[in-house]
Design a protein around this ligand. Structure first.
Ligand code: MG
Length: 212
């Protein structure tokens, strides 16, 4: 199983981090160990002092493929959820400054939160705007709308497949809207697809680690 992520897929988010709007999808990956399993607690990463949430729509790949045409790409994903692409923003800023890869900021253990539900993708679902949001301690902190994506689901999946095989069960995090921000120990993050709650994550302090 592979986890693909799209960077800078919403113009307002690219702007808030001072990045240019890309001409083709920005793709990076997280390993399988990045996926936070349900029932597993989420601990604030010890190497960061600036943990950011990024709520994103997540696609589930349902068919193996390579070199998929954009107009055929909808046959390769079948369900939608909401997740968080957790980012150690301080680490990422250092890496970006040096022109280095982002993995240490993005791909660490449990950095990918995934909703516990999948919503089947139908023609009707994708024909309409898809709204999603993130609440932090009950306050809405990010609100996304699929119409604001720079690159569509089909464009993203097709683009990824030019470089990487798509395999059943792969995940695609499709980018975050504006409003990314810092979270701290004790925060409770809840992701919503429309009105449906998809996940809840509490950020815990890892007491055990201090005694290792
Ligand atoms: Mg992201």
């Amino acid at each position: 199983m592979k986890i693909f992520c799209v960077g800078r897929n919403y113009a307002d988010h690219a702007k808030e981090l001072g990045n240019a709007v890309p001409e083709e999808p920005v793709i990076f990956m997280k390993p399988k160990t990045a996926l936070l399993q349900s029932q597993t607690p989420f601990y604030y990463p010890e190497f960061s002092n600036e943990l950011h949430y990024e709520v994103e729509l997540v696609l589930r790949i349902s068919k193996n493929g390579k070199y998929v045409e954009e107009n055929q790409a909808d046959k390769y994903y079948d369900a939608l959820s909401v997740g968080i692409d957790f980012t150690a923003r301080d680490i990422q800023a250092e890496l970006k400054k040096k022109g280095l890869p982002w993995e240490k900021a993005k791909a660490w253990d449990n950095s990918a939160v995934l909703g516990v539900e999948w919503v089947p993708i139908t023609e009707e679902l994708v024909a309409n705007p898809i709204q999603f949001s993130l609440r932090n301690n009950g306050q809405v902190v990010q609100q996304g709308d699929s119409r604001d994506m720079i690159f569509s689901f089909n464009k993203i999946v097709s683009h990824i497949s030019q470089y990487f095989s798509l395999n059943i069960g792969d995940l695609v995090y499709t980018g975050t809207p504006a409003g990314v921000g810092e979270c701290v120990v004790g925060d409770i993050l809840e992701g919503y697809l429309e009105e449906q709650k998809m996940f809840e994550v509490e950020i815990k302090h890892d007491d055990c680690k201090e005694h290792e």
